[in-house]
Design a protein around this ligand. Structure first.
Ligand code: ADP
Ligand code: MG
Length: 455
C-alpha cells in the first residue's frame, strides 16, 4: 500500500517532539517523502545532499526508524535517496552507524565471525586515505598486509597520536580483505569492547566461548590496545589470543597511541610479542598534506573549498586530522543550511571558538612575567647576565615555555632574553625537557605554568 503525505506529516511531527525544534529544523525538516515510491513496507525518503544523508543516518537513524514503526506499524524498511538517485538500501537495522554509502558492497555484519566486533566505517577505505610524508609508509605497509595472501608481518602494529588516521587505515585493511578475499573472516574490535566482552565472559562463565570467537577468525584487528595495558587479566588473555592466532598463522593487526616501548604496565613478554612483527608510526601531517586532506574531504561532501579557506584551516588546525575534519563539517553544515558560500570571512567568524582554543597567543612578555613571579625572581633577570642557579634555571624554564607555547624561533627567543645566542636557547630547551622527565617537582612547576599561561 502507498504511503501518503498524511503519514509523513505524522512522522515528522513525532520526530520533532523527539529531537527538539532546533535539531529538527537543521537536519530533519529538509527530508521529504518520495511519495511516488514509498509504500507502507518500504519507506523512501528524499535527502537534499549526501552530507545531510550521512549526518542524518549517523545521528538520527534510530529515531527515524522507531518513529516510522510507531506511525506505520509493522517493520517497514527505510531508504534514502539523494536528489532522486536511489542509494542506501535498508538502513533500518544499523542503529547509530552509517552503513552503506557503499564504496564497497560488502557488509560487515554478513560474516558470521563478525558478531562481537564493531562496525566498519564505510568512509574509511584506502581510496579515501590521503598520503603524504607523514603517513606514506604506514599506508604502504597497511596495503601490503591487506593485499598479501600470505602472512608477511605478524603482528602489524600501527601507532601514533590521536586523530591521525590509525582507525581509518585499519578499516581500510578490513574493507580491502572483505572485498578481495571474501572467504576470510575478519574481526575488527575496539579494545574497550574486547575488555568488556572478556569481563562479561568471566562473569557469565563463558570464557571458552570468548576464546573460541577470537581464535576462529582469519584476521583479528584490535584498535587502541593501550586500553588493554594495565588490565592484568585481560592483558593475559590478549597475550594468549595473540600467541594462538600467530601460531596458527593468522594475521593480527593492532593500533595504539604509542609504541610498545613507551607503554607502561605492559609485561615484557607481551611487549616483545608486540614488537616481533612490523611496527609503523603514523606522524602528524605537514601543511601540504593537511590541505590535501581538507580538499579531499570537501570534495567527498560535494563542495569546493576556496584555496584561501583550505590554507587558513590547515594552517590553524595542525595537530589532528579529526579536528580539521570537524571544523570542515561545521563549515559545510552551516553553509548548506544558510545557503551561503564559504568565504574566508565567514569561516573565521563561524569557527571563532575553535581558533580561540588553538590560537591563544601567549606572548614572550607574559611568559617571562609569569615565570619570574612563580620563581620569585626579578623580571629583569630574564634579560640579565647573572648565571647563578637561582636565576639561570627559571630563565631556562621560560625559554622552554617560549618554545613550547609560541611559534617563535630559537633566535627570536634568544633575542627576547637579553640578546642570547640561539644555541643557548636550544640548550635550555633540551635541559628543561630532560629535567621534566626525571624531576617531578620541575614537571609540576611546568604544568602549573602552562596552565596559567594558556588557561
Ligand atoms: P585515529 O584512529 O588515529 O585517532 P582516525 O583514523 O579516527 O584517527 O582519523 C580521524 C579522522 O581523520 C577520520 O575521519 C579520518 O578519515 C581522518 N583522516 C586521518 N588521516 C587521514 C588521511 N590521511 N586521509 C584522509 N582522512 C584522514
Ligand atoms: Mg582510532
Amino acid at each position: 500500500m502507498r504511503m501518503t503525505r498524511e503519514h509523513w506529516s505524522a512522522i515528522q511531527a513525532r520526530l520533532k517532539e523527539k529531537v527538539g525544534d532546533a535539531s529538527f529544523e537543521s537536519w530533519l525538516a529538509p527530508l521529504d517523502l518520495d511519495a511516488e515510491r514509498a509504500t507502507l513496507q518500504d519507506v523512501v525518503v528524499r535527502v537534499p545532499t549526501r552530507f545531510i544523508r550521512d549526518w542524518v543516518i549517523r545521528h538520527y537513524n534510530q529515531a527515524i526508524t522507531d518513529t516510522v514503526r510507531e506511525v506505520l506499524g509493522g517493520e517497514p524498511t527505510l531508504n534514502f535517496t539523494i536528489a532522486g538517485t536511489f542509494t542506501v538500501p535498508d538502513v533500518t537495522h544499523t542503529p547509530a552507524a552509517a552503513k552503506a554509502p557503499t564504496p564497497h558492497a560488502a557488509e560487515p555484519t554478513d560474516a558470521p565471525s563478525l558478531t562481537g566486533g564493531n562496525m566498519l566505517n564505510p568512509h574509511y577505505t584506502f581510496d579515501s586515505f590521503v598520503t603524504g610524508k607523514s603517513n606514506e609508509f604506514a599506508y604502504a605497509a597497511a596495503k601490503r598486509i591487506a593485499e598479501s595472501d600470505d602472512i608477511l608481518y605478524n603482528p602489524f602494529l600501527l601507532y601514533g597520536g590521536v586523530g591521525l588516521g590509525k582507525t581509518h587505515l585499519m578499516h581500510g585493511i578490513a574493507w580491502f580483505i572483505q572485498k578481495n578475499y571474501p572467504q576470510r573472516r575478519v574481526l575488527y574490535i575496539s579494545s574497550e569492547k574486547f575488555v568488556f566482552q572478556f569481563i562479561r565472559s568471566l562473569r557469565d562463565k563463558k570464557t571458552i566461548d570468548f576464546k573460541e570467537t577470537f581464535r576462529s577468525v582469519d584476521v583479528l584487528m584490535i584498535d587502541d590496545i593501550q586500553f588493554i595495558a594495565g588490565k592484568e587479566a585481560t592483558q593475559e588473555e590478549f597475550f594468549h589470543t595473540l600467541n594462538a592466532l600467530m601460531d596458527m598463522r593468522k594475521q593480527v593487526v593492532l593500533t595504539a597511541d604509542r609504541s610498545p616501548h613507551e607503554m607502561d604496565n605492559v609485561e615484557d613478554r607481551l611487549r616483545s610479542r608486540l614488537s616481533s612483527g612490523l611496527i609503523t608510526e603514523i606522524h602528524r601531517p605537514n601543511l601540504e598534506t593537511r590541505i590535501a586532506i581538507l580538499e579531499r574531504k570537501a570534495e567527498e561532501r560535494g563542495i569546493t573549498l576556496p584555496r584561501d579557506v583550505a590554507l587558513f584551516l590547515a594552517d590553524r588546525i595542525a595537530s589532528n586530522v579529526r579536528e580539521l575534519e570537524g571544523a570542515l563539517n561545521r563549515l559545510v553544515a552551516h553553509t548548506q543550511l544558510t545557503r551561503q558560500s564559504i568565504t574566508l570571512d565567514n569561516t573565521q567568524d563561524l569557527l571563532k571558538d575553535i581558533f580561540q582554543a588553538y590560537g591563544r597567543q601567549v606572548t614572550l612578555d607574559q611568559i617571562q612575567m609569569k615565570v619570574a613571579e612563580h620563581f620569585h625572581i626579578k623580571l629583569q633577570d630574564m634579560h640579565s647576565n647573572r648565571r647563578t642557579k637561582d636565576v639561570a634555571r627559571p630563565r631556562q624554564v621560560a625559554m622552554y615555555l617560549a618554545k613550547q607555547l609560541t611559534s617563535k624561533s630559537y633566535p627570536e627567543i634568544g633575542k627576547a632574553f637579553g640578546g642570547r645566542d640561539h644555541t643557548t636557547v636550544m640548550h635550555a630547551v633540551k635541559t628543561v625537557d630532560a629535567l621534566r622527565a626525571k624531576d617531578p617537582s620541575i614537571a609540576e612547576d611546568l604544568k602549573l605554568l602552562e596552565g596559567l599561561l594558556t588557561g
